[in-house]
Ligand binder design. Sequence first.
Ligand code: FE2
Length: 303
Amino acid sequence: MYNQNKIEGIEISTNNKSKRIIELYLKDDFIKKLLFPFKRFDIMALEYKPFTRFTLAKNLDDLTHNKLKKLINTILKDRNTGCFLLKINNENKKIDDSFLVKLSTAITHLIGVPNHDSMSEKYYARFFVKHEDDSDSYLRKAYTNMDLHTDGTYVNQITDWILMTKIEEKNVKGGETTLLHLDDLENLKELSEDPLGRQNFIWGSPKSKKVDYKVEHPVFKKDEKGNINISYIDQFPEPQSIDQGVFLQRLSDALEESDNKIMTELPIGSSVVANNHFWLHGRKPFKVNKNLSRELLRIRGSF
Ligand SMILES: [Fe+2]
């Protein structure tokens, strides 16, 4: 249904692995028109003057005759979809890392307001995944599977959506993005109706996240339309009983064993944007390579 939308300069299609994921391809002539307004601010201006981020968003939407904001918000809030990929021609020499930061900034400010990212102390975070790592979470552990999860489980900010952009990648094999729509989880009914799934859990986080408090919330919650939402990650809940521990183990196994998990290879320069209440994301392990390097950008926020 979304591929019936027409926006000049943007090709709209459905992902070949899942009808729930919409693809938006920004053609080179569209990128060319964005270069001029995007040149007006450097990254420092975007970081120090929050209103400039909205200016970029407005420039982007104006180029689409105000169709893009409407389209991406409809996709993200539609329970049947809730996810889109933003793609560009990564052979286009005009597109560099600053351009990608600006594009991601503009897109997210068409959706809502980003949360402060305590890891980077900015509205966005850029980070590398490399061969060696001494951090304290799975985020930068290249050779470990990053299990399916949602973001923002351990903070008291609302995390309605997430954006991840692949800025750069070298010597990478494996490391595919995994995605799962909650309604495609085979035993969702059984798990979400279990009283343990509606009980408050304690959620903390390791030092690198720089969050010095803990929060309490259940794994499953119903939204105002009666749809089930999930807020879950394997690392951060602190179960207080065998029952709670066993429940989390069952959930973790169900997610990792799901046959409906989608594996996608994101090309350099592309972004995945997903509703964080009913899409889970993760990453496959990379193949070992000493020179492995992937740089990602993330922005998370509320509608
Ligand atoms: Fe995540």
